[in-house]
Write a protein that binds this ligand. Sequence first.
Ligand SMILES: [Cu+2]
Length: 114
Amino acid sequence: MAFTGGGGGSDGADNAHRPGNTPAPTVERNARVTIGDNIFQPVLSSISVGKSIDWAWEGTGNHSVVMKTPDGKEVKPPEQTKGTFTFKFETAGTYDYQCGVHGERMQGRVQVSQ
Ligand SMILES: [Cu+2]
């Protein structure tokens, strides 16, 4: 439920035609996630094992990427207001992360596949 994208109400627009360029909530290798003020974008990322994601601070607030790995470890880099944070994914699985400042109000997920 936390991963619904876009906005707008539920006025039946689900019946709209979906042309061939259906937007996918995923990004590929050398992925980049933008950190705005209290949002990760995209919320869902999907990459292959051995690839990295760069998180890039583009807002003005203090944020961080606190992430749980599939084997139960916690990645907890320092809070930043600008710059980037890069993490290389060595294990397949689901990595949920959230901002160390804003917690559940600001979260994302990376799906890493073989
Ligand atoms: Cu934050």
